[in-house]
Design a protein around this ligand. Sequence first.
Ligand SMILES: [Zn+2]
Length: 186
Amino acid sequence: MKRLRAQEARIVSLVAADAALLHVTPPHVRFVTTSAGPCYEALFNRIELDRATLALPEPLLRIVVAHEVGHATQRRTMLLDFAFTVMFLMALLSIPCIVFALAPDEELWRVSVPGIGFVLAFFACMKKRRAHAASRAAMFELDADAKAASICGAASALAALEAMASRGWIDAARIEAMRMRVHGRR
Ligand SMILES: [Zn+2]
């Protein structure tokens, strides 16, 4: 238990050092017992680290921490993305509410046709929005990897990504981007 506490304290100071290098407010660190893998929560400016991550060899752990602190540099953009998504959804959902509010009762059957059109358009918009969110998330991951590489060195970051890929935490695009960083663009 004492060893765990000492390790947690060391990670908090590692987070502070990485945050200073990246010129960002140090995120809080929450140590959890689940095995969901490490993650960053923009809303609370908080990094979550699970036990399996804490058990990683030192060089890997350093890169995971640097990557998560890298996400803290994206906090403003992540929060704005979230706010735009909420605003977009609310604006979209307000359309049928306004139509129904303004239509006289006896003409409600007439709005059912545009209503169906709206539902179809709504799902098309949501699908597009989800694809957009996925590409933004991928971009955030690549950027956090780049920040980790700027702290720990690209070669160590690549070795860490390759080691973590075997745990299923990393997708191929991130490894490929880091390989390009290490070996140069072809
Ligand atoms: Zn990440």
